[in-house]
Design a protein around this ligand. Structure first.
Ligand SMILES: [Zn+2]
Length: 359
């Protein structure tokens, strides 16, 4: 999922990208992006109030890409779409780009309703099952240790304990089996070949779908025009370096997907300018890393670097997003040998930059 404070530090120049499709569709309505490719929008109950999903015509049924979060308003929008814009034709297949609840939330509802299969990457499916299984469990000691190390106070820790396991509440029970999509796979939909292009860093094995014939790329949360996708370290893997994965994925997409595609993102509007956007994203992360390195001339905790990283104050509701993102940058500096971390006697992690050129 995405969150407001992670919007770009500098506003994107409106001339940089073109948005050729005009206004977005209302919930349940559709805009035809290309022959047999429909753009629909589902509501989200948060500041980022929508997600784009896609319906691809395939023989006598629809292939849906992404599904919306599990709330009654999403079910209402889908019901409306089935009887109007989707012409009463059945859904034959669900593809999810990744396991965040706004993308996979209704997959179980749709696959049961239409007796069809869920297609996605293995790590996304397995990670989703793992997170959903946390619902009803107590917050683990590893998670409490993780957030204490980042500098959270007791009030924030109590909030974490109270909210632990919420992931599963935002998704309909997942199907008990799935069909795997791997990087480089070719999926024929409506007589056109879509290539699976996997990205990492925002989520473990995020699927993008590229159709050279139609010059389209469904990018999920991997490439968004006006939002910098959240790249976070989570308590299950405290030493992870998702920013390295993210930067490598951006370079990989630029190599594999031509710049002439119309990008169909999960948030904001379809746009042209893929390669420019990919360059912007990697430059901005490198700039953040540079600022962070300077700020770490004195030892700091993860919560002390928010001012350096985000342009807005981080309130309690965004603390875990901000902490995860700060740790992604801190861990990246550590893996580049540009920073070191030491735990103090209270288990708090203090980060300090080092001059790698002296090593
Ligand atoms: Zn996401």
């Amino acid at each position: 999922m995405e969150s407001e404070p992670f919007r770009d530090r500098a506003p994107v120049n409106s001339d940089t990208f073109t948005y050729p499709l005009g206004s977005p569709p209302a919930p349940g309505d559709a805009v035809e992006v290309a022959p047999g490719v429909l753009w629909l929008r589902m509501p989200l109950p948060m500041a980022l109030n929508h997600i784009n999903v896609w319906a691809l015509a395939d023989k006598d049924a629809w292939t849906l890409v992404d599904t919306g979060i599990q709330i009654p308003e999403t079910a209402t929008a889908w019901q409306r779409a089935f009887s109007t814009t989707l012409h009463g034709r059945p859904v034959g297949r669900i593809i999810c780009t990744h396991m965040h609840p706004d993308h996979i939330g209704m997959a179980g509802w749709l696959t049961r309703r239409f007796d069809c299969r869920l297609w996605m990457t293995r790590l996304e499916y397995v990670t989703c099952r793992m997170l959903a299984a946390d619902t009803g469990r107590e917050a683990p000691a590893d998670g409490i240790r993780f957030y204490r190390a980042a500098g959270w106070d007791e009030e924030a820790i109590e909030d974490y304990k109270a909210r632990f396991g919420e992931f599963g509440k935002h998704i309909y029970a997942l199907p008990d089996s799935f069909r795997r999509i791997s990087d480089g796979d070719e999926i024929v939909i409506g007589g056109r070949t879509w290539h699976a292009v996997i990205g990492r860093g925002h989520s473990p094995e995020h699927l993008c779908l590229h159709c050279p014939d139609l010059a389209l790329m469904i990018s999920g949360d991997q490439v968004l025009p006006r939002i910098t996708s959240n790249v976070s370290v989570h308590p299950t893997e405290p030493e992870a370096d998702p920013l390295r994965d993210w930067l490598a994925s951006i370079a990989d997409i630029a190599r594999r997907v031509s710049d002439d595609v119309l990008v169909l993102p999960a948030h904001n509007e379809p746009f042209r300018g893929l390669h420019t956007r990919l360059s912007q994203l990697s430059e901005r992360h490198e700039e953040s890393l540079g600022r962070l390195r300077e700020a770490l001339c004195e030892p700091k905790r993860a919560i002390d670097v928010f001012d350096t990283m985000f342009r807005r104050p981080v309130g309690p509701g965004l603390l875990s997003f901000a902490t995860g993102e700060a740790l992604a940058h801190l861990n990246c500096l550590i893996h580049r040998r540009q920073a070191v971390v030491k735990l103090d006697a209270d288990g708090i992690a203090w980060y300090r930059s080092v001059d790698s050129s002296l090593e």
